[in-house]
Design a protein around this ligand. Structure first.
Ligand code: ARG
Length: 587
């Protein structure tokens, strides 16, 4: 274990058990301190419980604290805080853990099969910024959870079924696609051309549906035919789905997101089991007929007037909807995929829906044995005017255009700083920086809050942004490149000798990576990892200003500092990678 704070917490817990053996509450209340590396503040709560002066309890704790091998002698301050400073030789020794591929991060002691449901755009519709948030946050969580040893199963719950497909198929036919031959490669190309602008395709289908009663009638009949398994309808539907999937997969590639073709498990995947799911829920007595619809009323969910809220599992017309599909997906994830933890990275407006699905699943026994289903909610993306993020014309922002703009703005940034990169490398770096900026802006604020999409802020080279971290990382790499080869060779963690306060602080910061990653995974809070990386980079800057790296005459000092520099670069790059962001060596 590399984290000195965790080591200290263990020792403090042991001391607490000696001083107050009668209690099970052994939270040592370890906090950062301005006067030392950490404060152990447990004495205050213990004093209250024991009815003794806190400073006396603190003194007893210090007497019981077996910590000489880690820290300088503890000091009691204020009302009973215990200040602890980690010994420099201990820090240096702990740093060797960072050379392990896990970079000092402890694997989870409770590995799960975690299903992460994320992205989930809708067929024949442009992915909107809500899906972008889900995609970015979900990807960061999937990567981080896998890193600490969970078995992560990505599930892209594509919206590929439902009533809109009636009008979309009719629109396809009206555009000249022949249902009988709709699977040939030629048709696929035509279809791709027709729905190249997904929003426009969807909107024109919608407009025709609203204006033309004949089209509307055909659309409704088409839905019925589709649900009945009519081959022509299914073929046209499949064409729409395949074309959209290709479009989305391309977006994932461009976004450098780890979702692939294999992760699609769209709503339609569950069509065949919906009857069975409903039968099971009925057999368990969980469904009642309400206004002709089959509904669940999970306890604790009430609407206005305190009326129990229904989760409509089968509509009055016999059709299944979003809720039935989600129930089937959940059961599948538990039974077939073996999930013991289920994360749904979905916007805040779907909170009630998901909580009701989880509640019904719980009643059905699908979550028995401590299986955990959790809505990983997030707020909206706002424009700089504080309103929903839209184009100037008031349309939803197209993902492809967003990515293009991010990359071209980043290229402008590179130009301005004009480096000696080849054109290919520069293009690659521009995409790392542009995508990094967009992703990091999303990830670095608490996900439950709305966040304001502001190009200038996310691309700023100072402050808590991806470009700042990427430039800091590249500067570290360039120092390493400039070092004498024999120094570089010798600059391993074993070479670190800590003398200066700034070196001490940097080592402490480096060893905090473990806690930051676990805060990110445990609390589903990528912003905790972002804050950590930003603080690491600023701590490094203070170190770099106080401690010349290449200049000292003593090779031992150069190598020690170079090693700190290399470790910082590695931790930064690893942390960014967990967030789905690249850290190029040169920018
Ligand atoms: N397709 C849905 C939408 O665009 C999101 C699906 C979220 N996942 C889920 N299992 N319901 O709103």
């Amino acid at each position: 274990m590399a984290d000195p704070l965790a080591l200290i917490a263990d020792r403090a817990r042991a001391a607490m058990a000696v001083v107050d053996p009668d209690t099970a509450d052994h939270d040592p209340v370890v906090r950062p301190s301005q006067h030392a590396d950490v404060q152990v503040n447990a004495a205050l709560a213990m004093a209250k419980r024991l009815g003794r002066p806190p400073r006396d309890v603190a003194a007893d704790l210090v007497a019981a604290l077996d910590i000489d091998d880690l820290c300088h002698p503890p000091e009691v301050a204020g009302p009973g805080f215990i200040n602890l400073t980690v010994r420099d030789d201990v820090l240096a020794a702990l740093l060797t853990d960072l050379e392990h591929p896990m970079r000092g991060v402890r694997p989870t002691d409770d590995p799960h099969t975690v299903v992460v449901d994320y992205s989930a755009p809708n067929v024949a519709k442009e992915m909107h910024v809500g899906h972008l948030r889900s995609t970015i946050i979900g990807d960061a969580l999937a990567r981080s959870l896998a890193f600490i040893g969970h078995d992560v199963v990505r599930q892209n719950h594509l919206g590929d079924w439902g009533t809109p497909f009636g009008m979309l198929i009719e629109q396809l036919i009206d555009s000249g696609v022949d249902p009988a031959t709709a699977t040939t490669a030629g048709t696929a190309d035509t279809t791709a051309g027709l729905i190249a602008d997904l929003n426009a395709f969807y909107r024109s289908a919608r407009a025709t549906f609203d204006d033309d009663p004949n089209f509307a009638e055909r659309s409704r009949n088409r839905v019925v035919a589709l649900q009945a398994g009519d081959p022509d309808s299914l073929r046209l539907w499949q064409l729409l789905v395949d074309t959209s999937k290709e479009y989305f997969s391309d977006a994932y590639r461009r976004l450098e997101v780890s979702l692939t073709e294999h992760d699609y498990a769209g709503e339609s995947t569950y069509n065949d089991v919906l009857d069975d799911v409903v039968a099971e829920l009925e057999a368990k007595g969980l469904l009642v007929v309400d206004d002709g619809a089959l509904c669940a009323f999970p306890p604790g969910f009430t609407g206005r007037d305190d009326e129990p809220m229904p989760l409509i599992v089968r509509k009055a017309d016999g059709g299944y909807g979003y809720a039935a599909t989600d129930l089937a997906a959940l059961r599948h994830r538990v039974r077939e995929l073996g999930a013991t933890e289920l994360l749904y990275v979905v916007g805040a407006p779907q909170h009630d829906h998901l909580e009701m699905v989880f509640a019904v699943a719980g009643q059905a026994g699908w979550l028995d044995g401590g299986i955990d289903a959790e809505h990983v909610s997030f707020g909206s993306v706002l424009g700089e005017d504080g309103k929903m993020f839209r184009t100037r014309a008031g349309d939803t922002v197209r993902l492809a255009e967003l990515v293009d703009e991010a990359v071209s703005r980043a290229a402008g940034l590179l130009d301005a700083k004009s480096t000696g990169l080849t054109a290919d490398d520069a293009a690659d770096v521009a995409s790392a920086i542009g995508l990094g900026a967009v992703k990091y802006a999303d990830l670095s604020s608490d996900r439950v809050k709305d966040y304001v999409f502001a190009w200038d802020r996310m691309l700023a080279l100072t402050g808590n942004t991806a470009p700042y971290l990427q430039y800091a990382h590249a500067r570290m790499c360039s120092i390493l490149a400039k070092a004498r080869p024999e120094d570089r060779q010798a600059a391993t963690a074993q070479a670190v000798v800590i003398g200066e306060a700034a070196e001490h602080d940097l080592a402490m910061a480096l060893l905090g990576f473990d806690a930051a990653v676990h805060a990110c995974t445990h609390r589903r809070a990528p912003h905790r990892l972002c804050t950590y990386l930003y603080e690491l980079a600023t701590t490094y800057t203070a170190f770099y200003e106080a401690c010349p790296v290449l200049r000292p005459d003593d090779p031992a000092v150069r190598r020690s500092r170079l090693a700190l520099c290399a470790l910082t670069a590695t931790v930064l790059a690893t942390g960014l990678d967990l967030l789905g962001i690249r850290a190029p060596e040169r920018v």
